[in-house]
Design a protein around this ligand. Sequence first.
Ligand code: DPM
Length: 332
Amino acid sequence: MYQPVGYARKAFVEEVVLSRSVRIGTRDSELAMVQTRWVLAELQQAHADHQFSYLEMKTQGDKILDVALAKIGDKGLFTKELETAMLDGRTDLAVHSLKDLPTNLPEGLTLGAITEREDPADAVVFHPRLQGATLDTLPEGTVIGTSSLRRLAQLRHRYPQFQFEDIRGNLNTRIRKLDEGKYDAIILAVAGLRRLGWPERIGQILPPDISLHAVGQGALGIECRDADPEIHGLISVLHHAPTAQRCLAERALLRFLEGGCQVPIGVFSAIEGENLTLQGMVASLDGKQLIRDTHSGLATDAEAIGIALAEKLKNQGAQEILDVIIKENRQP
Ligand code: DPM
């Protein structure tokens, strides 16, 4: 059958475009995989002409399980291997829990999209025998498991009569350790518990006056190469502008407090009309010093709000508190 040459060539080109494949880098923890499968499904649905696949990786943070997180240092503990893969061209984008992504990214990479946030609050998961409890009802000496300095400092401030123990491992491991009786309660993010399908284990959601959440908590950050307009275009369907404005304000605060991600810094943000309000907190590890303040402005000036709040907190002694903690936790 006669076919014009141009036609055949066009069909060939279309086939090549159809099979354009995009590779997503991810950690291999159960939570990371749930998040990545969701991202992959959203992208695949929006872009039927592309093939999306993922590449699972272990990060340093997944390998070192016996050392307190704060002692290992925090520069890209859960992200570095995923970033190297993008820079090497083995993957095209990476899915992170935004709160695990450092505020300064490596040269050549950028935060291309921020997804709509789950409830960013912290939750208390109680031992089954304490079903129906709240922290206020628990006696002196209650053992709380957490390895977050932020949760530790705020809960010590509020409940100095409790005992606090480190806990590591992925969410499944932590809940098993709790149920085995090593702790009376542990503190985890609402977002992670919901995504893993354990909402019934949320015993109490901590309000902002007890626990301000971590910067970026509950949102996913999609990282990609700066100079990759095609990927930027593809991932734009995942971007949620109000979440991004809140998280950019929070990340600016963290960056200007020079804290890194394993420090007792907490936030709470809200958008009302055109305004964004950011609350921030810095505390000492014994919970005795706790500085809190708030700053508002136009949501379109998100980063400026974070920077202004960092200044306010610094003027009240926040940097001195953080410097002591950073020095104590520095690697030997
Ligand atoms: C960071 C912290 C923790 C994670 C520190 C903090 C919690 C560590 C711990 C930066 N990353 O929150 O003050 O409790 O030992 C992490 C979780 C999620 C993302 C688990 C959790 C899921 C929630 C989300 C670990 N990273 O916080 O319970 O997507 O925000």
